[in-house]
Design a protein around this ligand. Sequence first.
Ligand code: BDR
Ligand code: CA
Length: 318
Amino acid sequence: MQQMILDVDTGIDDALALLLAVRHPGVNLRAVTCVAGNASLEQVVRNTLTVLDAAGAGDIPVAAGAHRPLLSEAHSAAHVHGADGLGDLGLPESSRTVVPLHAVELLRREILASPTPVTLVPLAPMTNIALLVRLYPEVLDNVERIVFMGGSASVGNATAVAEFNTWHDPEAAEIVLTSGAPITMYGLDVFYAVTIPPEDIVRLAASPEPGTQLAGRLLQHLVTVKGSEVRVAGDGHGDIGDAGAVCAAIDPDGLSTTHLPVRVSLADPLTRGQTVVDHRTAGHDQAGAGDPLFRRIDVALGINSARYAKLFLDTITR
Ligand code: BDR
Ligand code: CA
């Protein structure tokens, strides 16, 4: 059984990821930690508990974490995720409650208590994970890998060059990238690639089963999103976003990665939050592979979209 923890800013994509992780028979979702990102921390917590209800999850501990990034101001993504962060679907409040621990403490507890090393899957600005790494670096000994959604080796979405999660808290991303843990960057280069066809979205949304139906309704919302982020493949397909990172954690062979030097841009306002990826293989005349500030991580550059779409659909409709 794979031991997994999700760090989320639920968020439509995060909701799809939670549904997948809760439902997958090979995953023991040990905890879910929340952070401000797509929506305020309070909203993220509410949404996370609601999604766990719909997923039919057992008693998975949920904790609230950071209200805001380490240095940056918080920015909302309501234009993508709706005012409530979950597509304004009018979902019921959950009667679940959070554990009386800060997210960092819950992360520490569950990582140390895990019988086998944990796969940590941050799907949000990495504020909680950076705090964990700074406060309790020893927990990394029981972390198998960090598979994070964030960054880009090409274009951005929050800005021309920066992806939303790394742009929202660049200092946190840099702390995590330099933590020494094995890291997979599931960034924008693959993020939009796993799509669900319109007929499957309709089928999911029409299901009487609450978790399946929620997945369908969230995908229906995403298909309508316009603006800075193109979430539609053009023919009514909806992408599963963050849930793809959970697919990558469960089934890494569906992803093709390259071990590359990466550094997060912190100071320059034009590039702040950009994950600068050094693709050069030889002849570094200046900064790059030889620069100690660049750390090598596994950057996802290719993906078997059909394989992950099947994994998602099969699991969600179990
Ligand atoms: C990331 O930002 C959020 O909108 C999504 O949930 C995802 O984690 C994509 O840039
Ligand atoms: Ca997210």
